[in-house]
Write a protein that binds this ligand. Structure first.
Ligand SMILES: Cc1cc2nc3c(=O)[nH]c(=O)nc-3n(C[C@H](O)[C@H](O)[C@H](O)COP(=O)(O)OP(=O)(O)OC[C@H]3O[C@@H](n4cnc5c(N)ncnc54)[C@H](O)[C@@H]3O)c2cc1C
Ligand code: SF4
Length: 480
């Protein structure tokens, strides 16, 4: 213990002076690469067509990656696009923001052999962006219209993928969202530098042209009732995501300029979309010129640090209680953030926020990783007497999200949830404990990824189709 303490005292002394961010810099690296035909062809040609498509297995949508790479390499781009969009409603979005290092690319056989992965995501993005340019992306035109209607609560990727799949089968799809725009976290959570908002908006326009009806500003459980919605449609899909920010109860948590991540990111995204955002314009939610401390180590924390850098923060530090190896965020994003000047302070946990009215500093403590807990993760343990202080004019809490209490919000106690508050669904039918009510996306699996939400939305649409066919058949029999 004494040795360990000594090591931390040395580490503390050795801690570098706060690094200033070069705010004149404009050439920040993004997480995806911009390809032209030559680059896409060169990458696609690297696929060895190995016959053991681990990339496809590890893609949640089981995209037929080897075949669309081969078609790209042969210059048959329209066919590549048709194949890629057959399993994915938003290939250009996944190509930009999937953590490919943990999914398809991390399992590429060439990567495993040490020669660097085929950059699958960037090729996927190139194929679909080209398809948009060439006019190959067209609205859904069902062969015949059905009278049955489905109400979808939530216009995030799970709800939108389900809506498009249901329109393909001719159902009337009505999407309700409390926000004023379509896209869920793709519009107000994920920053523009990772996913340009025009890319999300052209998808919402396409869905409108496909006959999906959007009811924006509809807060189900607030002004609009869940029971009314259930009465209005033949089936419902709950795709509301998870929005209750995890909080830290520490001295000084109520000081001014201590913000939740979504408040910071939403203000920044709204500003980028051209909305009036008084709290940003008067400087409160703008990191420009400030010493920013972000608490957390997930993808949301990475988005906060990188947004703060782009807003011109004087310094950006990220405080995380585990080490680099154990952080949940994408390693690629950490590397990008470091390159942009963000300083990571690993194995450290906040102890108090200091200041009079506004936050002026964060007092933190060193942590070491102890024995693994029931989940197998090593438990962070505070090292007594290891406190240190970081100057901060703005603190952003990015500690993850939990589900809202949906049975209470929807005034439907019969809606069963797990002990984590996520909605319980049957493994096969994806139906909740309420007849004709299905659920998909983060509200079922907890905070996850866009690609999984798309997968869940597609699966839910398939199960809703089966349910409605059975309902129609039963009604026909009863009428005889
Ligand atoms: C900051 C941030 C960055 C992320 N970055 C990435 C990334 O780079 N890559 C990636 O793959 N994933 C990322 N994710 C995760 C990804 O965004 C989510 O997993 C995905 O959006 C979940 O989709 P969803 O459709 O289930 O829910 P959401 O996208 O959350 O959409 C749910 C929708 O339901 C609406 N809603 C909720 N309650 C109600 C109600 N009562 N009435 C009406 N409407 C309601 C909400 O307004 C929202 O529009 C990120 C998440 C965050 C927070
Ligand atoms: S959807 Fe995501 S995981 Fe699947 S191929 Fe595309 S980038 Fe890879």
């Amino acid at each position: 213990m004494a040795n360990r303490m000594l090591k931390f005292v040395e580490l503390e002394r050795a801690m570098p002076e706060k690094r200033a961010i070069d705010t004149r810099r404009q050439d920040f690296g993004e997480i995806y690469e911009e390809y032209d035909a030559e680059a896409a062809n060169a990458q696609a040609s690297r696929c060895s067509q190995c016959g053991v498509p681990f990339c496809q297995v590890h893609c949640p949508l089981h995209n037929n990656i080897p075949d669309w790479l081969m078609l790209t390499a042969e210059g048959r781009l329209q066919e590549a696009y048709e194949l890629s969009q057959a399993t994915n409603n938003f290939p250009e979005i996944c190509g930009r923001i999937c953590p490919q290092d943990r999914l398809c690319e991390g399992n590429c056989v060439i990567e495993q052999a040490g020669h660097g992965t085929v950059t699958i995501g960037s090729v996927e993005k190139y194929i679909t962006d080209t398809a948009w340019e060439k006019g190959w992306v067209q609205p859904v035109r069902p062969v015949s219209e059905r009278q049955q209607s489905v109400g979808i609560i939530g216009a995030g990727p799970a709800g939108l993928a389900a809506a498009e799949q249901l329109r393909r089968k001719g159902y009337q799809a009505h999407v309700y969202d409390r926000y004023d725009r379509v896209g869920g976290l793709m519009i107000y959570g994920i920053p523009n530098f990772k996913l340009e908002k025009e890319v999300v908006e052209r998808r919402s326009d396409l869905l409108r042209r496909s006959g999906v009806k959007f009811h924006l500003g509809s807060d189900i459980g607030g002004a609009a009732s869940f029971a009314d919605l259930r009465g209005r449609h033949d089936a419902l899909l709950i795709a509301t995501g998870v929005y209750k920010a995890r909080d830290i109860r520490l001295p000084g948590a109520g000081l001014q300029n201590v913000f939740a991540a979504m408040d910071f990111l939403t203000a920044s995204n709204r500003k980028g979309l051209g909305d009036a955002v008084p709290d940003f314009d008067d400087g409160i939610l703008n990191a420009g010129g400030k010493n920013v401390v972000v608490i957390g180590g997930g993808d949301t924390a990475m988005d906060c640090v990188r947004t703060a850098v782009r807003q011109g923060a004087r310094s950006v530090r990220c405080l995380y209680r585990r080490d680099r190896r154990n952080m949940p965020g994408s390693q690629r994003e950490v590397a990008n953030a470091e390159e942009e000047g963000v300083e990571f302070i690993w194995l450290s946990a906040p102890e108090a926020f200091l200041g009079d009215a506004r936050v002026e500093a964060v007092r933190a403590q060193r942590v070491h990783l102890g024995m693994p807990d029931a989940t197998g993760r090593q438990t962070p343990q505070v090292i007594e007497g290891s406190s240190f202080t970081l100057e901060a004019d703005m603190v952003i809490k990015a500690l993850g999200f939990d589900p809202e209490d949906l049975p209470q919000l929807f005034d439907t106690p019969g809606l069963e949830v797990t002990r984590w508050g996520t909605v319980k669904t049957d493994f096969t039918t994806l139906m909740t404990s309420l007849d004709g009510v299905f659920a998909a996306g983060d509200i079922v699996r907890g905070a996850s990824l866009v690609v999984w939400a798309v997968r869940d939305g597609r699966d839910a649409a398939e199960q809703i189709h089966r349910y409605l066919q059975n309902q129609a058949a039963a009604a026909a029999v009863a009428a005889e």
